[in-house]
Ligand binder design. Structure first.
Ligand code: BZD
Length: 835
């Protein structure tokens, strides 16, 4: 053996087989060594957690030389890379995914088997990192995996939250939040890089200095500095040698608090200040689709953006002696407006620290930056009060004002004397308190602005930012979302994956469009029967989870009808609930009615301060309680709210679904990604023409999709002409009856008026037009019922969905980002190349 310290990758690979080898013996040796030397245990004393840690380290060992080689290759080839800036990365568990992508999942399974251990059980030891709220954070994770699989150089930059999205418990039907201490057992996947720590400034003031040559420079002084420490997580591509980096920043106090204090008061203040600066990366804000106006949130945003920009510039300067080629070397993508402050921060670094002239700096910034919008909801658009901004980030505010001044001049040239237009376009919103509009900053500072589904991107142009679209129509584009088929099919649905591979070989996992080949088997009775058997097995797996948590086992012959996603009024979990109540009333009234049995499954978290969403959870649970215990209903309807919906629970729920509920009010769901995961796993969709549902329906065929509801323009028309829910309530006996039943206190005998706010909202405002869509929803659900009775017909629809879902791989999405926005080319990693 030779030392590896300064060696080439080849030397490491040749001389350290227990670290990198892929034979069963190598892997076993590696696990035992880690058990011994990393965990300090032997097999006799090892707990399942020890075994998990040992396997994880053994797996991580097999990433390290690929990781190093990836970095060397990118550096050597001066490959352009994307820096994906996101406040959230909802990556989910890592072990199973890394084993699969390394191609040693089955190897690990059998070597554990030899020791009387089950890989499945060991995988359950990993805590699920919940560093995101929902779709936006999960999209970032799918993108990172696709980028590595497609061999594109990529860095993810975000925050290493000490506490991720809260753990949800259901107590007496109500949501209760608990802190998510996800690092309590350590994290074998991250590597701290203290040597790359970055200082970030806050507060202070700006000093202008005039130099002898007459030039002026700005100096941000008297600041308070917080240190950002990067923690790197390797992101491995599917069966290739690419390992990219997810770099998450953790906040640390800049100087250890002073021990030479004179009194107790100073000491306490020193400790408090240290704790305060480290609180920046303490916790993920749990609000999706609503802007949190807290100063700490703005601090988080600037903190991770400033660290990331510093890191990008540092790396660039290590390779080049100029910043002129920055946009040829890096593409910065802003995942929503959370990192939009990057526009101003990059300008600050280029101007104040690199002494580049404004015009040049602006050109570089715009050429490097792209912006993705994820929402049309007005309450989600981020605005920061100018006074807060000024106190926290005085130099950044100055730069934003200068960006805005120059921008408004441009507007003036295009539309002279149109003050109203300037007011609408300005980055600064006027009013009693001025605000910084982050979306405006992002659009002005980017060369590309994209939405996440066709309808959404169109609405961004016509409804959300029509003035910007008028100004720069070429800047706007669409990138329909996708999900990674490695996690969302290969990993979560091994039986279906195997059945597919048996028939069409294994190419689909790299190129999901190959799934069309399965359409040949549409009428193959054996394949159909297998598809049904697989679904049943996946339902069984899900039923076991339900049984263990709820004490009853759902009927496997019932339709598993699933709505899992964040709780939000626009997503209309309440519409689903109204359908359940109406079905219940129908059944009570007509006990002979012959309807297919259904198990309604809900899951999702409500923002802790979102009272109406929390009341919806309580309603679903109270409805479940009554219906599940009604002897007249038996198991024809069951309702379950599964607590603490997260990535790992999704991996069990989604493969077990027959029906996927995608029922948002048209024009509100930007894209949705759950809709794609369900169709990929053999569920049929009940959905509105919203977000990516439209494109899914286009791909799988209208006859294989249960459509209902108003279209986005009809919603807009109705709103415009004065929507009145009573108009619909009067005409729908079923809807009226369901509302009356809730209002009567039937589901809440202990507190009959509990759901009055729910009923009042529906009768008086009905902001999300449930009443207008109710009858058509009921009709679509009746069609589901009829269709399910004909298993052959149902299965052919399932197969049509599977065979035509290829478009919704995040590989396709990423290819489009790379070609149309980032201008990236693949940079394959060759382990035999030495640099
Ligand atoms: O982004 C979601 C949209 O609602 C979905 O339609 C879309 O599919 C996904 C991915 O593009 N948006 C979010 O998930 N948003 C958040 O989670 C969020 C988080 C913090 C602040 C605001 C929104």
């Amino acid at each position: 053996r030779r030392p590896m310290a300064d060696g080439t990758i080849q030397e490491v690979v040749q001389n350290h087989s227990s670290r990198v080898g892929m034979t069963p013996e190598d892997l076993e040796q590696s696990v035992l060594e880690h058990l011994f030397y990393t965990c300090g245990k032997d097999l006799r004393s090892a707990t399942p957690l020890d075994v998990y840690r040992a396997i994880s380290h053994a797996t991580r060992d097999r990433l390290v030389h690929r990781w190093l080689q990836s970095k060397r290759t990118y550096f050597h080839h001066e490959a352009k890379r994307v820096c994906y800036l996101s406040a959230e990365f909802l990556i989910g568990r890592a072990l199973a995914q890394n084993l699969l992508n390394l191609g040693i999942y089955h190897l690990a399974e059998t070597s554990l088997d030899h020791r009387g251990l089950t890989l499945k059980d060991i995988l359950e030891e990993e805590l699920d990192p919940g560093l995101g709220n929902g779709g936006l954070g999960r999209l970032a994770a799918c993108f990172m995996e696709s980028l590595a699989t497609l061999q594109y150089p990529a860095y993810g930059y975000g925050i290493r939250y000490e506490f991720g999205i809260f753990d949800q418990e259901i107590a007496n039907g109500w949501q209760v939040e608990r802190g998510d201490d996800w690092l309590r057992r350590g994290n074998p996947w991250e590597v701290p890089r203290h040597e790359l720590s970055v200082g970030v400034n806050f507060y202070g003031r700006v000093e202008a200095r005039v130099h002898v040559d007459g030039t002026k420079s700005m100096h941000w002084v008297d600041t308070q500095t917080v240190i950002g420490v990067p923690y790197d997580t390797p992101i491995l591509g599917y069966q290739n040698n690419t390992v990219n980096t997810l770099r998450l920043w953790s906040a640390k106090a800049s100087k250890e608090f002073n021990f030479s204090v004179f009194n107790d008061g100073d000491y306490r203040r020193a400790v408090e200040e240290k704790a305060l600066s480290e609180s920046i990366s303490k916790v993920l804000y749990p609000n999706d689709e609503s802007a949190e106006g807290k100063e700490l949130r703005l601090k988080q945003q600037y903190f991770f953006v400033a660290c990331s920009i510093a890191d990008i510039i540092r790396r660039h300067k290590k390779r080049f002696d100029t910043l002129d080629n920055l946009p040829d070397q890096i593409a910065i993508q802003l995942n929503d407006t959370h990192p939009a402050i990057a526009v101003a921060e990059l300008m600050r670094v280029l101007i104040d620290e690199e002494s580049i002239a404004w015009e040049k700096a602006w050109e570089l910034t715009k050429a490097a930056t792209g912006f993705t919008n994820h929402t049309l909801l007005p309450e989600a658009l981020e605005k920061w009060p100018v006074p807060m901004f000024e106190r926290l980030l005085p130099r950044i505010l100055q730069i934003i004002y200068e960006i805005n001044r120059r921008f408004l001049l441009e507007v003036h040239v295009k539309w002279p004397n149109d003050d109203e237009r300037k007011r609408r376009l300005s980055i600064i919103e006027e009013g009693p308190v001025k605000h910084v509009r982050m979306a405006h900053l992002a659009v002005v500072g980017s060369h590309s602005v994209n939405g996440v589904a066709e309808l959404h991107s169109e609405l961004v142009c016509t409804q959300l930012m029509p003035d910007f679209h008028d100004m720069w129509p070429q800047r706007f584009n669409n990138k329909t979302n996708g999900v990674t088929p490695r996690r969302w099919l290969l990993q979560c649905n091994p039986d279906l994956s195997e059945a597919l591979t048996e028939r069409i070989s294994d190419g689909w996992a790299r190129d999901l469009s190959e799934l069309t080949k399965i359409l040949e088997y549409k009428d193959d009775t054996e394949f159909r029967a297998e598809v049904r058997a697989i679904k049943r097995k996946n339902k069984e797996r899900l039923a076991k989870v339900i049984e263990s948590r709820h004490g009853f086992k759902p009927n496997l012959d019932s339709i598993f009808d699933v709505q899992v996603k964040r709780l939000h009024e626009y997503k209309r979990q309440l519409l689903n609930c109204l359908h359940i109540i109406a079905l219940y009333q129908d059944m009570k009234e007509n006990p002979e009615s012959d309807r297919a049995p259904r198990t309604f499954i809900f899951g999702g978290k409500a923002a802790p301060g979102y009272m109406m969403a929390k009341l919806h959870i309580k309603l679903i649970n109270d409805v479940a309680d009554i219906i599940n215990h009604d002897p007249a209903i038996r198991d024809r309807i069951k309702v379950v709210f599964l607590s603490n919906y997260n990535v790992s629970l999704a991996e069990i729920i989604i493969p077990g679904a027959d029906i996927s509920e995608q029922i948002s009010m048209a024009g509100k769901e930007a894209s949705g990604t759950g809709n794609m995961k369900f169709a990929m796993n053999g569920a049929l969709t009940v959905g509105t023409l919203d977000g990516a549902n439209i494109e899914i329906r286009e791909e799988v065929g209208a006859e294989n999709f249960f459509l209902f509801g108003l279209k986005a323009d009809e919603v807009r028309g109705l709103k415009g002409s004065g929507y009145n829910p009573n108009h619909y309530i009067e005409r729908s006996p079923r809807l009226r009856r369901a509302l009356d039943l809730i209002a009567s206190g039937f589901f809440s005998p202990d507190d009959p008026s509990r759901f009055q706010p729910v009923v009042n909202e529906l009768r008086n405002l009905d902001t999300y037009m449930l009443c207008a869509d109710f009858d058509d929803y009921f009709r679509a659900q009746f069609e589901v019922d009829q269709c399910y009775r004909d298993p052959e017909n149902w299965t052919s629809k399932v197969i049509e969905n599977l065979g035509n879902i290829g478009k919704f791989s995040s590989d396709r999405t990423i290819e489009q980002y790379c070609k149309e926005i980032w201008n990236l080319t693949p940079c394959p990693i060759d382990l035999t190349e030495s640099f």
